[in-house]
Design a protein around this ligand. Sequence first.
Ligand code: IPD
Ligand code: CA
Ligand code: CA
Length: 274
Amino acid sequence: MCISLPELPKRKGTMNNQQYLNTAKTAAQAGQRILKKYFRAPLTITVKDEQHYNIVTQADVECEEAIVECLQEVYPDHNILAEEHEYGKTGSPYTWIIDPLDGTTNFAHGIPAYSISIALAFHDDMVAGLVWDIEHNEMYTAVKGSGAWCNDVRLSVSSARTLPQCLFSTGFYYGRGEEMKKALKKIEQLLTLGIIDIRRFGSAALDLCMVASGRIDGYFEYMLNPWDFAAGKLIVEEAGGLVTDCEGENPGISPSYIVGTNGKIHGELLEILQ
Ligand code: IPD
Ligand code: CA
Ligand code: CA
């Protein structure tokens, strides 16, 4: 059962998209209660794709169920694209894209760096997005055309214009094949070029929010699923940055190589990462 939250402050943006964000907030609240219950408590861990380092817990699954129940209660016709279950297609142009727990490895180790990520796409474009850093009580939100926010603070990307001014983050695809080798090579290349440093935080959604808030200047990962990047992409763009695939194109709602930056160093970084 979903509990409604108080109205969000009125901000620019179409009324429908603000309402979608309000619904996402209510759904995230239902998911957050589940994650809080399991954080640093005993977990049942199941391995995915026979890789012992690729795991799912009951917190991931129950959180997704709670979020999906809330969204379907309000928008039964919309598609759902979420990490832990397949929901089929409804034929609607709207798709909710959900990562119930981004940063499962951190969560399972008691590391307070994980998030809930919920986005709504109209065809291939995000119109509302929310990423909640639960342990720091930082909720990042964006509605297309009305800016990006962390709680009540408006976000804007950093002003770095050259690579030596940049702090980056990255992540490693569970596949650990060619993508992993390429990422390691590129990290070495970037450090050699004199960037400030590189981080691996462990939640792609939060990495993108850190780009949006200007804490870091860019993030890249050689393979992500749409639930990892959908909400973060809109948040970065609404904060003045750019998120593309390796060709500089919109990744849409398919698995993709992702580069998110403040926009000013995007071209230069893409050239190195290609
Ligand atoms: C993972 C995290 C991680 C990224 C992986 C993702 P999960 O998501 O976002 O930072 O490097 O590629 O799969 O499995 O914790 O939801
Ligand atoms: Ca994820
Ligand atoms: Ca996840």
